[in-house]
Design a protein around this ligand. Structure first.
Ligand code: NAD
Length: 260
């Protein structure tokens, strides 16, 4: 119950990693505001949460939406925790093909959104003596093979933004850290491939099997694996941890062990 009496914001909380994290924070005592463009998904979680999870439609491409989300949580007694997590695959084009518009959209969705999340959360946290911010990066920020270029560059930006923001905000007792998930079974892949409805479960199982082979711990990651690490970084257990990231990837970035 590390979040008893605390208020948290989770962007992208209607699905996958954000959903698991919203549930974990609420289980540990927080009141959570989910911001997402998926109204049906967000409202469904809120309706089954016994009042512990609220939903506010939020498009993280829109600065005003992000600010309104932070203010909503703050108005309920003060903003303590923010998980800047919403995202999607973005453009899959290589650098010699991508349009300027697709480049900008991908950076806005994955990097500018996190910068603005910090921008609007920080003054509210400063006013109450501190807080904890966690940003979703990716193993794509650490290696070239994991994801397309625009996505990987945005996620590398999230890591550096995390360290810069940690440096800027330490004097206000605001900690800023990031999480680098490996391959986690969520709808991000099926959404990117346009696979909807009944076919999703089968596609996710197939993607999970591929991920299991790539990760030394030999299973696909689960959203709950990430939620546990985010909850640690957001909690007072990590009270002296700032400006860093935790990689949760089943060992994928250390690569396979050769037998010779
Ligand atoms: P997901 O598709 O299950 O969840 C993403 C959520 O973000 C969805 O609810 C979606 O509606 C929301 N979203 C998308 N665009 C939005 C917008 N403009 N405004 C508000 N909400 C928006 O996928 P996920 O895997 O849980 O992704 C969460 C984060 O984790 C993303 O930032 C993603 O890049 C990152 N990530 C995922 C993996 C993985 O393997 N699944 C690995 C590394 C990083």
């Amino acid at each position: 119950m590390r979040f008893t009496g605390k208020r948290a914001v989770v962007t992208g909380g209607a699905s996958g990693i954000g959903r698991a994290t919203a549930l974990r924070l609420a289980e540990e005592g927080a009141v959570v505001w989910i911001g997402d463009i998926d109204v049906a998904g967000g409202e469904e979680i809120a309706a089954t949460s016994n009042g512990r999870i609220h939903f506010q439609r939020t498009d993280v491409m829109q600065a005003g939406d992000i600010e309104a989300l932070m203010l909503a949580a703050d108005a309920a007694g003060g903003l303590d925790v923010v998980f800047n997590n919403a995202g999607a695959a973005g453009s899959r084009d290589p650098i010699d093909v991508i349009s300027p518009e697709d480049w900008d959209r991908t950076q806005a969705l994955l990097l500018r959104s996190v910068a603005l999340g910090i921008r609007y959360a920080a003054p509210l946290m400063t006013a109450r003596g501190g807080g904890a911010i966690v940003n979703t990066a990716s193993i794509a920020a650490l290696q070239t093979g994991a994801a397309p270029t625009a996505y990987s560059v945005a996620k590398a930006g999230v890591l550096h933004l995390t360290t810069m923001a940690a440096a800027d905000l330490a004097k206000h007792n605001i900690r800023v850290n990031a999480i680098c998930p490996g391959f986690i079974t969520t709808n991000i892949f099926t959404t990117a491939l346009g696979i909807e409805g009944d076919k999703r479960a089968m596609a996710n199982a197939a993607i999970g099997a591929i991920a299991a082979k790539a990760q030394p711990l030999q299973r696909a990651g689960r959203p709950e694996d990430i939620a546990a690490a985010v909850a640690y970084l957001a909690s007072d257990d990590a009270v002296f941890v700032t400006g860093t990231h935790i990689t949760v990837d089943g060992g994928m970035t250390i690569g396979p062990r050769h037998s010779w």
